[in-house]
Design a binder for this molecule. Structure first.
Ligand SMILES: Cc1ncc(COP(=O)(O)O)c(C=O)c1O
Length: 417
């Protein structure tokens, strides 16, 4: 067999698993209880305490966590939930699962998180039509905090439930307050590319005892705490997390500070190299993000053609990269089922064309960062656009996203509800 993987190869992401995690999982396997055992409760208590929430409800994915938060908020058919189109598809799919309709509003051009002013306008427009926005689901995308104070103020004015999609942001803080604990409930995700992992897994955190009880029942086939095993008070799901995953999660939470510090160090290595590089805008967390939690390291390039070239040329050198995120409303079934099309959310779309996630993980070495940045410099220098287009970013240390800041999508937002 020929070696078809070009060198040097750098993985896109890698979990940070140490001896404590290995021992914890093996200890479960050496025992008899593989599900609904003591590790589940310990993981929930530890993670809830870590973020300062009263309750933690572990589930088997971040998507399940979001779904149950929406059900706990009473979201159902006929309801409208506002969210951002610039996220992983699960942020909006969870709304569809309930029968409700996602109402996308465009993002802030700098943070790429849900724009509170557009949220206000959407809530007013829907209100005038006689319907009501039931909830808002802001996403702390790439670990960058959404402007929660402004979002909470709009939510309060219009009586919206607030569900934070903190799936990419565990351990981060907004103005000193832990992400995931600012609204009615927050959802975390633990897929292996996340800051901490349980393999597959997720967690709801909330201070509301009623939401806690309902989410616990819903994840466990609708059983209430007093129900017998074969008694089901309500329609529920099997969203339970097994003991091996819970044990892994518990060991990872114990190391969360160390894990986040390692990721922060890798991000700084990238910053140092990219600050001086032409044609790349590096990520710049907002001042309100008082504690960073790096999920991915996403740069912005000049335009779609440049990004396509860079992805291809990096891949030829054995360096993977990902176009985080193709906007949700342009996913094939959102176009087909709801009539979304290009031009409705120009800021999210511009970001979707120019953002590129580079290899990033806490165990990445400085040499690997050098390899990626050296290759990036080379492939950018070699790029000759067929037809030079208008640049979407201003390269250099003061660069921020500049594309599509107009409110052209205002009408489309409400019309899609
Ligand atoms: C923003 C966001 N929301 C939701 C999810 C869903 O999490 P999971 O893949 O664990 O279902 C993810 C995970 O990739 C995510 O990045």
């Amino acid at each position: 067999m020929t070696d078809t993987i070009p060198r040097p190869f750098v993985p896109m992401s890698e979990p940070d698993i140490g001896p404590a995690e290995r021992a914890a999982v093996l200890a479960v396997l050496d025992g008899k209880t593989l599900a609904l055992g003591p590790r589940l409760a310990a993981f929930e208590d530890r993670l809830a305490a870590r973020v300062g929430a009263r309750h933690g409800i572990a589930v088997n994915s971040g998507t399940a966590a979001l779904h149950l938060c929406l059900l706990a908020a009473g979201v159902g058919p006929e309801d409208v939930v506002v969210t951002t189109p610039f996220s992983f598809v699960a942020s909006a799919n969870c709304i569809l699962y309930t029968g409700a309709r996602p109402l996308f509003v465009d993002v802030d051009p700098v943070t790429l998180t849900l724009d509170p002013e557009r949220l206000e306008r959407a809530a007013q427009t829907v209100g005038r039509s006689g319907r009501r926005v039931k909830a808002v689901l802001p996403v702390h995308v790439f670990g960058e905090a959404a402007d929660m104070d402004a979002i909470l103020a709009v939510a309060e004015r219009h009586g919206l439930a607030v569900i934070e999609d903190a799936c990419e942001a565990i351990g981060g803080a907004y103005k000193g307050r832990p992400l995931g604990t600012l609204g009615d409930a927050g959802a975390f995700a633990f897929y292996p590319n996340k800051q901490m992992t349980t393999g597959e897994g997720g967690m709801i955190v909330t201070d509301d005892a009623r939401w806690d009880a309902l989410a616990r029942s819903l994840r466990n086939q609708g059983r209430d705490v007093f129900d017998e095993w074969l008694a089901h008070t309500r329609l529920g799901y099997n969203y339970r997390l097994d003991e091996m995953s819970a044990a892994l999660g518990l060991a990872q939470v114990e190391r969360l500070d160390e894990i986040l510090a390692k990721r922060g160090r890798v991000a700084r290595w990238y910053h140092e190299r990219l600050d001086a590089m032409e044609g790349v805008a590096r990520p710049r967390p907002s001042a309100w993000t008082t504690r960073e939690s790096w999920f991915v390291y996403v740069v912005r390039l000049a335009d779609l053609a440049t990004r396509a070239h860079v992805m291809r040329a990096l891949a030829e050198r054995g360096i993977p990269s990902r176009p985080y995120f193709p906007p949700i409303h342009l996913q094939p079934f959102y176009r087909a089922d709801f009539g979304f099309r290009e031009g409705m959310f120009p800021i999210a779309e511009a970001a979707g064309e120019t953002c590129l996630a580079l290899p990033f993980f806490g165990t990445m070495t400085e040499q690997q960062v050098d390899t990626v940045c050296g290759a990036l410099r080379e492939v950018l220098a070699a790029f000759r656009p067929a037809r030079p287009g208008r640049s979407r970013v201003t390269a250099g240390p003061t660069a921020t996203a500049t594309a599509g800041a107009s409110g052209a999508a205002g009408a489309a937002e409400a019309a899609r509800a």
